[in-house]
Design a protein around this ligand. Structure first.
Ligand SMILES: Nc1nc2c(ncn2[C@@H]2O[C@H](COP(=O)(O)OP(=O)(O)OP(=O)(O)O)[C@@H](O)[C@H]2O)c(=O)[nH]1
Ligand SMILES: [Mg+2]
Length: 454
């Protein structure tokens, strides 16, 4: 933790500007040894640049200072910003160098900073320090990663809700609810002769039941939250020649898959994505399902089944008498998978079955309506507060179990210390969401997914 770490925070390669971040107690002394301020008006501040050509110049807190960075082999002009601890991203003394966005220059500056005592940062190490330094909690740290990885407007909004704390308000409310019951119980444990809470038990049960209801509502939002964040996976399945490849092309708006009048054209799974109302939809075209002795086609059909088990939505295409690919197939669907039966070729074959959604992939008829229908079936409405992270979901489930056990203890008139222990366990489980007492293993697991420089 005492080491000063450094990394390029902007992506590798060429760009107008590259930013290098250095964090740790030695940041200021290191930058002083390789940066010469060209500031024309001296100003007062913390990081006096004593080694520079202008000894009267300073690096004021959170202000850009123009100057020259000198490495072993080159010089570059740019801006340096100093953030005095604790008013920085990590909470430590931090220096950010804005140089020209050229990898040779960046690498040379990094090498120089390392030679002066910094160490290259590991992925996510700046954010890990922000967490350990109390600048953010684990949910916010996860939000930083999610924000950077966002690929749709909704993902950005969801990550933002996590970052600013709105998302975690539900956890806080549940935590406060548990503590409000735990407080009188702890007092009664301290003063057993003065306080008798037995008469309060039914009221505690009632309050705990309302807390479990809140947790259940949060858990129920997970499916929507996961889909908002990670996108919705659609598999186009059904009979051969039903127009599955034509449909993927229509949904994507360009010719992604081969279309022919020959039955059994598609063998491999073809996947691409489109965006609708800010949500990512990953759509896969698959081989048509039919009895076949063709070994390649058989493998394609097996892949179709695999794709189905991983999908949120099946678009099931077939002729008028077709019952559905899910009848008799060798697979097991998730209970949350939505099956939408689609009547394609409505331009050529009249639509007679109201349980099927009529489209013409070839003519583009009702394709936008189908997209909206898929959206309604999987997302319905955007909820930036929906639980979107498996770890949060698992932790809420554990909290729920502890509360259930407490309700049972109360119903059985168990001793107060047993009830307190159940409630403490519930509170501990919940606190893990925000990273309180998180083990190194959990932190490593989360931060190893981060990119370098964050
Ligand atoms: N009239 C009409 N023909 C269509 C429509 N959609 C597809 N077709 C035709 O149906 C035939 C099969 O289309 P594909 O999209 O290759 O069908 P598929 O389901 O992917 O076929 P396989 O990959 O062999 O299982 C082609 O001749 C398409 O032009 C449609 O909406 N209307
Ligand atoms: Mg096809």
């Amino acid at each position: 933790m005492n080491e000063t770490i450094v990394a390029q925070t902007t992506p590798m390669g060429r760009g107008g500007v590259a930013v290098i971040r250095m964090s740790g107690a030695k940041s200021l002394s290191i930058i002083k040894q390789c940066f010469t301020s060209k500031r024309t008006t001296p100003s007062k501040g913390q990081g006096s640049l004593e080694g520079g050509t202008r000894p009267d110049c300073v690096l004021p807190h959170a202000k850009m200072t123009y100057g020259i960075v000198t490495t072993e082999v080159l010089q570059d002009d740019g801006y340096v910003v100093y953030f005095a601890s604790p008013h920085s991203y990590t909470g430590e003394d931090t220096v950010e160098i804005n140089c020209h966005g050229n990898q040779i220059i960046v690498d040379s500056i990094l090498k120089r900073l390392v030679s002066l005592g910094a160490r290259l940062a590991r992925p996510g190490e700046f954010t890990m320090r922000a967490l350990l330094g109390g600048k953010m909690d684990l949910v916010q740290a996860e939000a930083v990663h999610d924000l950077i990885c966002s690929e749709s407007l909704q993902q950005v909004e969801v990550s933002r809700a996590m970052l600013v704390g709105d998302y975690a308000q539900g956890f806080d409310k549940v935590g406060e609810g548990i503590l409000s019951i735990l407080a009188p119980i702890s007092a009664a444990l301290d003063y057993p002769d003065d306080i008798d809470l037995t008469a309060e038990y039914p009221q505690f049960v009632q309050r705990l039941q309302s807390i479990t209801q809140e947790i259940a509502t949060m858990c129920d939002s997970f499916e929507r939250g996961r889909r908002q964040k990670n996108g919705v996976r659609i598999a186009i399945v059904g009979q051969t020649n039903a127009g599955k490849s034509s449909l993927i092309n229509a949904l994507l708006g360009y010719d992604r898959a081969i279309v022919t009048e020959i039955a059994g054209t598609t063998r491999d799974v073809v996947t691409d994505e489109y965006e609708f109302l800010g949500i990512k939809f990953f759509v896969s075209d698959t081989a048509g399902v039919r009895e076949t002795s063709d070994i390649v086609e058989k493998k394609g059909i097996q892949k179709t089944y695999e794709q189905m088990t991983q999908s949120d939505v099946l678009l099931d295409l077939g002729g008028v008498t077709y019952e559905g690919v899910y009848v008799g197939g060798d697979f097991c669907l998730s209970k949350n998978t939505k099956i939408i039966k689609v009547h394609n070729k409505v331009d050529a074959v009249p639509h007679t079955d109201s349980t099927k959604f009529a489209v013409s992939a070839k003519c583009g008829t009702h394709i936008e309506a189908l997209k909206k229908h898929i959206f309604d079936q999987t997302i319905d409405h955007i909820d930036v507060l929906a639980i979107n992270n498996q770890r949060h979901y698992d932790t809420l489930t554990r909290t729920q179990d502890c509360i259930q056990s407490c309700i049972q203890s109360l119903a059985q008139n168990q001793p107060l210390d047993k009830i307190a222990s159940d409630l403490n366990a519930a509170h501990r489980a919940l606190s893990a969401i925000k990273g309180i007492n998180a083990t190194d293993q959990i932190l490593d697991q989360i931060f190893s997914k981060f990119c370098l420089g964050k």
